[in-house]
Design a protein around this ligand. Structure first.
Ligand code: AMP
Length: 293
C-alpha cells in the first residue's frame, strides 16, 4: 500500500494504472476509519482492480462554529486498519496546503449543485455541500477513478455527488453503499466518539425513527406529516435529543412532499443534536404500487 501526499504523484500513479488497463475505484473519507468506511473499501474492491482511499479532513465543508479543529485525526491507525483489511493499493492523504495551494480564501472555482443543496442538512449548513462537491471534484481529478464509492449514511451527499458526476460528465460512476450500524441500530460515525455514555444509550432513537418510517411507507402510508409526527415521537423518548429536522423527501429533488405517490422512492431523514454532537440517519423507502387505502 502506497502512501501518497501530492496531487502530482497521485495523478502519475492513476495514469500508470489506467495505461496498464486497470479500472480504478476511489473511496473518499475524512479518516478516523471504522467498519462503515471498510464496507466502502470492500465494495470498491469488488468493482475495480485498483483501490485508492483518500483521507482528507476538508476545511471548506465545515462552517464557522463546526468541529473542523476537533474532528478526530488518526492517520497512523487508519493506515494500519487499511493494511489489515488489504486490497488497498494507495492512500491519498494530502495536506490542506496541497489541496488548497492558494488558501481556502484563494480558491476561485467552486462546484455548486443547485436546489439539491437547499434541503435537509443543506438548510442548516450553508456552504457545506459546496465544500463537499468542490473537494470531491478535486479528489476525482487527483485520483482519476472510474468509480467512486460513498455511504448512504450521508444520503444527501451521495445524491448530490451522483448528480454532479452526471451534470459535469465526469466519467465517474458514483455508487452508494448501505449504512453499517451498531447492534442497537446506531449508524457508525466518526462523530460517535463525542457522545457521553448516556447520550450513546439514547442515540438508537434515530435508527428506530427512520426504520419505523420506512416500514410505514412500505405498508402504504402516504402522508409525510404522519410519518414525521411518528419519527418525532420516537426520538422524543431520548431526553437529550434535540431534533434539528425530521423529513420525508423525494429522492430526486430532495424537496419535502405533501403526499407520497404510488411507487415513488422517498427518503426519510433525521438530524439530531446530543449536546454539541450532531448525528444524522436516514432510510430509503419505496411506496407500494397500489396504495392500500
Ligand atoms: P466521512 O469520513 O465521515 O466523511 O465518511 C466517508 C464516507 O464513508 C462517506 O461516503 C460516508 O457516507 C461513509 N460512511 C460513514 N459512515 C458510514 C456508515 N455507518 N455506513 C456506511 N457508510 C458510511
Amino acid at each position: 500500500m502506497q502512501r501518497i501526499r501530492t496531487v502530482r504523484a497521485m495523478q502519475a500513479l492513476a495514469d500508470a494504472e489506467r495505461a496498464a488497463g486497470k479500472t480504478l475505484a476511489l473511496v473518499p473519507t475524512m479518516g478516523a476509519l471504522h467498519a462503515g468506511h471498510l464496507a466502502l473499501v470492500e465494495e470498491a474492491r469488488r468493482l475495480a482492480d485498483h483501490v485508492t482511499v483518500s483521507i482528507f479532513v476538508n476545511p471548506t465543508q465545515f462552517g464557522p462554529g463546526e468541529d473542523f479543529a476537533q474532528y478526530p485525526r488518526t492517520l497512523e491507525q487508519d493506515l494500519a486498519a487499511l493494511e489489515a483489511v488489504g486490497g488497498v493499493e494507495a492512500v491519498f492523504a494530502p495536506s490542506v496546503e496541497e489541496m488548497y495551494p492558494d488558501g481556502q480564501d484563494g480558491q476561485r472555482t467552486w462546484v455548486v449543485v443547485e436546489a439539491l443543496d437547499a434541503h435537509l442538512c443543506g438548510r442548516f449548513r450553508p456552504g457545506h455541500f459546496r465544500g463537499v462537491a468542490t473537494v470531491v471534484a478535486k479528489l476525482f481529478h487527483a485520483c482519476r477513478p472510474h468509480v467512486a464509492v460513498f455511504g448512504r449514511k450521508d444520503a444527501q451527499q451521495f445524491l448530490i455527488l451522483r448528480r454532479m458526476a452526471r451534470d459535469l460528465n465526469l466519467g465517474v460512476e458514483v455508487v452508494g453503499v448501505p449504512i453499517v450500524r451498531e447492534a442497537d441500530g446506531l449508524a457508525l460515525s466518526s462523530r460517535n466518539v463525542y457522545l457521553t455514555p448516556s447520550q450513546r444509550r439514547q442515540a438508537g432513537v434515530l435508527s428506530q425513527a427512520v426504520a419505523a418510517a420506512r416500514q410505514a411507507i412500505a405498508r402504504g402510508e402516504q402522508h409525510p406529516a404522519v410519518l414525521v409526527e411518528s419519527m418525532r415521537k420516537i426520538m422524543a423518548q431520548a431526553p437529550e435529543a434535540q431534533v434539528q429536522y425530521a423529513e420525508v423527501v423525494d429522492v430526486e429533488t430532495l424537496a419535502p412532499l405533501d403526499r407520497i405517490a404510488p411507487g415513488q422512492e422517498v427518503l426519510a431523514a433525521v438530524a439530531v443534536f446530543f449536546g454539541q454532537t450532531r448525528l444524522i440517519d436516514n432510510a430509503f423507502a419505496r411506496a407500494p404500487e397500489r396504495p392500500s387505502d
